[in-house]
Ligand binder design. Structure first.
Ligand code: NDP
Ligand SMILES: N[C@@H](CC=O)C(=O)O
Length: 372
């Protein structure tokens, strides 16, 4: 039986669902001859590891307890005394990864929404680990970090960074490796903004649908990352870099749906949701109504073509591929030499803990051949 040691960073909506998928797929994985050994889990404050990562693992009962504790909003440090795990402060994470990586093959899985993991992932690559990311921030940091993280293409998977569980990165990699140049990417790549636009079209107020999108697990921890376009801009940057563009976030034109006065330095997430957003209800409603007069709908669109890389609202015909999108679905049209007049189209659920965690799990299994 092949055994893969995993260290999970982040046990929010996606990380917890990943743990649940791992536990519920035990017998399936056994038939496939693979066993996922979760040897450590961390949140923003603490790290829990198996007593001896070389011989033991966090058992399924423990992993489900991690999900329960985190679902309740508590810290992992609450698990101290539960089973035989060891609990450390988050500051010990780098040393622990170093220790585990130098003794066993390790996959470090990033389901956090933090930039702080970038350095750890970079060191993990140096130490010969595999890395799997749902977190977009490390791949949208400096070019230097990007080059490091992708320097061993067989040891990195990050499908869920764009389009959640949709096979966007894998499809682009296949196209690119066959020598087929990608000329143009056009898509709607935000589950949150897709959901928001179609619900507002149906007459619901923006402030209400954003709260619902948050409760459905579509938004980033701070929904302003979605509404300000930064989350889509990160996806655009990841795609542009995959196509070989050596650009940074500064090169991307981003349209925000909220004004600077409602930014993170001015008000908290709660104040934004309860006091800021309702002030935007009327203007977005008017914008939707104006587009509708000419049979159009609003979609938040990402375009990458030549040196152009931009994300923002467009008015599109209701019956166009992007206009027809409903709910949290994403769509990406890929124009290449082979897919010239008719693009390759990838479409489906583009957000949500379940589909995102499934994408991360598929990525983990995809690198199993690198493990003994
Ligand atoms: N939800 C979705 O549909 C999709 C999400 N993603 C990405 O998945 C990631 C996770 O999203 P989601 O689960 O919704 O986010 P959550 O906010 O629910 O969870 C984030 C988790 O990361 C932990 N964390 C924060 N900082 C650190 C750190 N420095 N080191 C380790 N862990 C840390 C948090 O700890 P604590 O609990 O202590 O706060 C929390 O457990 C994000 O990067 C998101 O962009 C990608 C595709 C789709
Ligand atoms: N917040 C994101 C989640 C996936 O990346 C979105 O809404 O698309």
């Amino acid at each position: 039986m092949k055994k893969m040691a995993l260290l999970l960073m982040g046990c929010g909506g996606v990380g917890r669902q990943l743990l649940r998928h791992i536990v519920s797929c035990r017998s399936l994985h056994a038939t496939q001859g693979v066993h996922l050994r979760v040897v450590g889990v961390c949140d923003s404050k603490s790290l829990v590891v198996a007593p001896d990562a070389h011989t033991s693992e966090l058992d399924d009962k423990f992993l489900l307890e991690v999900c329960r504790v985190k679902e309740d909003g508590s810290s992992l440090s609450k698990l101290s005394g539960f089973g035989a795990c060891q609990v450390f402060a988050h500051s010990e994470l780098t040393a622990k990864v170093f220790n585990m990586a130098s003794h066993l093959g390790l996959a470090v899985v990033d389901c956090s929404a933090s930039s702080e993991t970038t350095e750890i992932l970079s060191r993990a690559i140096d130490l010969g680990c595999c890395i799997v990311l749902a977190n977009k921030k490390p791949l949208t940091a400096t070019m230097e970090y990007y080059d490091k993280l992708v320097s061993q293409p067989r040891r990195i998977r990050h499908e869920s960074t764009v389009g959640a569980g949709l096979p966007i990165i894998a499809s682009l990699n296949r196209i690119l490796s066959s020598g087929d140049p990608v000329h143009r990417l056009v898509g709607s790549l935000s589950g949150t903004l897709g959901y928001v636009m179609s619900e507002v079209e149906d007459g619901k107020p923006l402030s209400q649908v954003v709260k619902t999108a948050k409760s459905l697990g579509y938004t980033e921890p701070d929904p302003r990352d979605d509404l300000g376009g930064m989350d889509v801009a990160r996806k655009a940057l990841i795609l542009a870099r995959l196509l070989g563009r050596r650009i940074t976030m500064d090169s991307i034109k981003v349209e925000s749906l909220y004004p600077d006065e409602m930014g993170p330095t001015v008000m908290s997430v709660d104040d934004f949701l309860s006091k800021g957003l309702p002030l935007l209800d009327k203007s977005i409603c008017e914008r939707v109504a104006k587009a509708s007069v000419s049979g159009k709908v609003l979609r938040y669109v990402c375009v990458i073509e030549g040196t152009r890389c931009e994300v923002g609202i467009q008015e599109l015909p209701r019956d166009s591929p992007l206009g027809r999108l409903r709910g949290s679905d994403n769509v990406l049209e890929v124009y290449t030499r082979c897919y010239n007049k008719q693009p390759l189209v990838i479409q489906g659920a583009g957000a949500g803990n379940d589909t995102t965690a499934a994408g991360v799990l598929a990525d983990i299994l995809d690198i199993q051949d690198l493990f003994p």
